[in-house]
Design a protein around this ligand. Structure first.
Ligand code: 13P
Length: 392
C-alpha cells in the first residue's frame, strides 16, 4: 500500500522518515524489517518549483541581483552623490528593470521587499515589467547578519521567524524564487559552529521556501577577505557545501527545485598572487563536482567584489566544457557598477545607463555560453570592487 505519511521509527527515536511503501512480509514479526523508505517531499508546488528553476537556469541567461536592503542601496546611491530616499531608490530600480531587451540575457531578478511592492513612476508594477520580459521576479527573504555568540567573531543570518507567512505573501505578490545570503569568513576560522549554523539556516529556509512555492537560492557566501591561498578556499568551500547538502537532505528539500549561489574559489583578496580565470575555473569546478549533485539545475555565482570584467572572464572560463548544471551568474556589484557611474542620477543619462546594463548582461550571457572574448571592455568595468569587511 502506497502511503505518503510520516512514520516515527520507534518510541525513543526522535527521527521521522517519509514512508512511501509499507509492506509486511508474510511471517515477519516486525513491520520495520520490510519498510521501504523514500525521502520524497510531498508538496503542492513540486512541479512548479522544478519549472521555475529550469526557466531561470536557461541557456545564455542569468540573474540580475538588485536586492540591496535600503541601507545598502543607500551606499550605492551615495557613491554617485544621491540621497537615500524612496523616490531615488525607485528611480534607480526603474532604470534597471525597464531596460528594453533585458529578458534576452536575464532570466530572474532578485528584489528587495520595497521593490516587490513598488511600481514605476507611471504606476506599472515592477513585477509586471519583469513578467513582460519573461524575467522571473525573486525576493530576498533573509533579515541580515548579526554576531554569532560563542564563535570567533563570526555571524549568523536571521529571518526564519515568520518566514512561511512572509513567503506566502511574496508568492501572492508575484515572487517565484527567494534568496537567503549567509556568510562564512576564512580569516575568522571558520569555526565548526559558524559553518553548521550557516548550513542549518540555509536548509530550514530552503524547505520553508519550497513549501510556499518559492525556489530557494542557497547562498553561503565565502567572503573574499583574507590573505590565504586558493587551496585554503577550496578546503573551506568543500566543508561548507558538504554541510549545506547534508542539512538540505535532512530537511527533505527537493534538489531539482533549488538554485545555488556560491562564491568562486579564489585566493583571498589580500593574497600575494592573483589567480588566472583558468585556475579559478579549475578549483571552482573541482569543488562543485565533488559536492553538488547533478539533480541541482543551476549554479548562479555571486561576484563578491571582483571587477565586472573579472567576474565575466571567470564565468566564461567555467563554461569551456559541459557541466552537469547550468553555470551562470547572479551578480549585483558586477552588473551594476558601470550602470551607476553612467547614470549619475541624471534623467538624461538613463538611456546610456540602460545600454551599459545591456553590455554587461550580454557579456555575461556570452560567458554563460563560454564564448565571451573580453575585448573592448571599458576601464571602469575592469576596476575591482572588493571592500574589506563588506556588509550587504
Ligand atoms: P555580489 O555579486 O555583489 O557579490 O552580490 C551578492 C548578492 O548576494 C546579491 O544578491
Amino acid at each position: 500500500m502506497a502511503c505518503s505519511s510520516l512514520v516515527k521509527l520507534n518510541a525513543s527515536s526522535s527521527q521521522w522518515i517519509g514512508q512511501q511503501s509499507f509492506n509486511q512480509r508474510p511471517g515477519s514479526s516486525s513491520r520495520l524489517a520490510t519498510r521501504r523508505v523514500s525521502f520524497v517531499r510531498a508538496g503542492s508546488y513540486s512541479e512548479e518549483l522544478v519549472q521555475t528553476a529550469k526557466s531561470i537556469a536557461s541557456p545564455g541567461r542569468g540573474i540580475l541581483a538588485i536586492d540591496e536592503s535600503n541601507a545598502t542601496c543607500g551606499k550605492r546611491l551615495d557613491s554617485i552623490g544621491l540621497d537615500n530616499t524612496e523616490s531615488n531608490r525607485q528611480a534607480y530600480r526603474q532604470l534597471l528593470l525597464t531596460t528594453p531587451g533585458l529578458g534576452e540575457y536575464i532570466s530572474g531578478a532578485i528584489l528587495f521587499e520595497e521593490t516587490l511592492y513598488q511600481s514605476t513612476t507611471d504606476g506599472k508594477k515592477f513585477v509586471d515589467c519583469l513578467r513582460e520580459q519573461n524575467i522571473v521576479p525573486g525576493i530576498k527573504v533573509d533579515k541580515g547578519l548579526v554576531p554569532l555568540p560563542g564563535s570567533n567573531n563570526e555571524s549568523w543570518c536571521q529571518g526564519l521567524d515568520g518566514l512561511a507567512s512572509r513567503s506566502a505573501e511574496y508568492y501572492k505578490q508575484g515572487a517565484r524564487f527567494a534568496k537567503w545570503r549567509t556568510v562564512v569568513s576564512i580569516p575568522c576560522g571558520p569555526s565548526a559552529l559558524a559553518v553548521k549554523e550557516a548550513a542549518w539556516g540555509l536548509a530550514r529556509y530552503a524547505a520553508i521556501s519550497q513549501d510556499n512555492g518559492l525556489v530557494p537560492i542557497v547562498e553561503p557566501e565565502i567572503l573574499l577577505d583574507g590573505d590565504h591561498p586558493i587551496e585554503r578556499t577550496l578546503e573551506v568551500a568543500e566543508k561548507v557545501w558538504a554541510e549545506v547538502f547534508y542539512y538540505l537532505a535532512e530537511n527533505n528539500v527537493t534538489f531539482e527545485g533549488i538554485l545555488l549561489k556560491p562564491s568562486m574559489v579564489t585566493p583571498g583578496a589580500e593574497h600575494k598572487e592573483k589567480a588566472s580565470p583558468e585556475t579559478i575555473a579549475k578549483y571552482t569546478l573541482t569543488m562543485l563536482k565533488r559536492r553538488v549533485p547533478p539533480a541541482v539545475p543551476g549554479v548562479m555565482f555571486l561576484s563578491g567584489g571582483q571587477s565586472e570584467v573579472e567576474a565575466t572572464l571567470n564565468l566564461n572560463a567555467m563554461n569551456q566544457s559541459p557541466n552537469p548544471w547550468h553555470v551562470s551568474f547572479s551578480y549585483a556589484r558586477a552588473l551594476q557598477n558601470t550602470v551607476l557611474k553612467t547614470w549619475q542620477g541624471h534623467p538624461e543619462n538613463v538611456e546610456a545607463a540602460q545600454k551599459a546594463l545591456l553590455v554587461r548582461a550580454k557579456a555575461n550571457s556570452l560567458a554563460q555560453l563560454g564564448s565571451y572574448s573580453g575585448e573592448g571592455e571599458s576601464d571602469e568595468a575592469k576596476k575591482g570592487m572588493f571592500v574589506k569587511g563588506y556588509t550587504y
